[in-house]
Design a protein. Sequence first.
Lengths: 450, 342
Amino acid sequence: MTKSLKGFNRRAVVKTGLASILATGVAPLVLSRGAYAQEYCNAPTGDSVTLGFNVPLTGPYADEGADEQRAFELAVEHLNGDGDGGMLPTYTPSVLTGQGVLGKKVAFVTGDTQTKADAARDSARRMIERDGAVMISGGSSSGVAIAVQGLCQEMGVIFMAALTHSNDTTGKDKKRYGFRHFFNAYQTGVAIAPSLAKAYGNDRVAYHLTADYTWGWTTEESMIASTEKLGWKTITPVRTPVGAGDFSQYITPVLNSGADVLILNHYGFDMVNSLTQAVQFGLKDKMVNGKQFEIVTPLVSDLMAKGAGAAMKGIYGTSNWDWQLPDAGSQAFTKSFGAKYGQPPSQAAHTAYVQTLLYADACERAGTFYPPEVIKQLEGFEFDGLGNGPTLYRAADHQCFKDVLVVQGKETPANPFDLLEHVDTASRESVTYDPAIFGGELGPDTAAMC
Amino acid sequence: MNAILAQLLNGLDKGGAYALIALGLTLVFGTLGVVNFAHGALFMLGAFCAVAFRQLITLETVTLDPEKLSPWGAPLEIRTPLAQSWFGDFGGVLIEYSVPLSILLAIPVMAIIGIAMERGIIKHFYKRSHAEQILVTFGLAIVLQELVKAIFGANPISQPMPSVLRGAADVGVWLGMGPNVLTYPWWRLTYFLFATAIIGAVFAFLRFTTFGLVVRAGMADRETVGLLGINIARRFTIMFGLAAVVAGLAGVMYTPLVPPNYHLGMDFLVLSFVVVVVGGMGSLPGAVAAGFLLGILQSFASMTEIKSILPGIDQIIVYLTAVIVLLVRPRGLFGRRGVMES
């Protein structure tokens, strides 16, 4: 055994080291799990924890935003033990008790994104800096979601994206602090193609009208890729401004383009307007190339189907979820939402509700609101009972993988809410892809003081 | 050729809306010398006359059907419009034709709003600078749109067109081109005809009535007309009311094309000013000609062939045209010497 030089030995080094650790205050971080007080943005200190719900209450996606807000409020109600509990009993594996989160009552603040990226960032920043929100959720526009996700990464606040469908959200613009439960444009393309081939054949010419921003671009790209694989041809896509209102000048050229399918890469009120206007132009009654002219809306919701009315009949699209699904989780949520608001929830409401529960559960499992620990709980998490069947939060890109629904506008609705018919399901395996195809980097999970 | 004709029709129907809005705007400028930034709000208020009328006649009684349950287990609500309960089939007709019928509501409502706006606020700014007029009328527009938002909410509210005017007319057959070669929506054709009729009526009113003669004389030389003992201010107030009615009617008939929301006026505000400037400030024929010109140009600029050569041209064509027109003819297409010139 060798004596240490100059009076240092193993025991002395350990003693000195421990004393230094205790003196510098690093000890709590190393020795006690879950005790991260004030070491991250908006660490809750009182008996409540504040969540920020950032949704569009004005602009072309306002319908979806209003429904998201209803769902967020319902989720908070259920987390705090009020109401009938909704999906809490069906969600597995879950440690949620209906007594708040980590013993704290859940409070929330809301903001109007106006369906604009800059307004959404301002609103999210206000929630974080002024209201002390420890998590931000919302979306209804991928442009908005990506902008807010970037801000949340900078500020070290988890962003549980609600309605955002662009490939970029969990692709090239993915962030460590951002998580998406909703499906994406790539999955829409893969899911809808077999139904389109079955209904309309393999010899078609498609004309795309595309919302001119990230969601429109990636939806167009995914739809072109999947329909061209079927053998369809594509006419040069036309980009349209978001919130255009009157799309007639873009629809008129379709009449003489030689196309026999119009693919409307529009969402929200834009889709309602472009679809109803396309039908007014008689497109659905037209015969082109010896075939019946068809219209496809890659992403649809009940709210849009309601807005479009009869124009939606027979139109194919995809959805993340539908309130008529028979599983226990979907039925519990629909019952709870319907009883409170007198209408069934939309897919936007569903994803908003689910994301709030998933975040709360991750905090409970982590035993802390400390974001890096909550992120670890969400990454690679497998769950069920939230309406989509077995679902994976993939660690590599924070994208959820689950079945995708192919729906069609119902010809003879049984009631005012019975608007979309679930015609096919694309399995989780069939819509799973290599995360490398969209690039991007998640970035660090370093906690930040906002 | 068919594609060009289709775009031309589209340009005419878009131009009809632009011309109607710009006509009222330039009428106010030509008579009162006021740059009215609240004019777009008048278009929006007209659209909401149609919304209000429909909401009124579709007020419902709600009864619960204990036999049937909603998907969430509550008794199913059965909603019956009062108009149908009270008037039977006639109630159904009222609902079916709610948009054209709401013109009857919009005319007096818009006239009252226009006259109240002029008497209550705008008359106090006649002798102020154009910048001050713009500020006060812009503020007024914001107040009006926020009021509508508070009452009707932020979301667009669909207004169905009568079923006889749904679908598309086979315009190609009318032109001897064979069936299904050139089709165009019935309601858009109706809108174009409606716009043309209103424009014609306004011109006829100004051209063939004594009232119109006095107004035109007042527009040319207000002081001299006043010296003749004619109360020109009162007539100009009525013209403001007329401009509000024209904007309102344009808004009413526009509702089946694009569901109106509180922001509708602002969407048209800048565009209508560009139309007036291109046409020539204060020139009625100029406003109409520029409205149709810009509508047609915007429509053609949206053609795939044009966009593939000049991407994004559809978004800037209106402003690009304004720049070119102002460079070549600084007073606009039909502008008069001395208007807004020191």
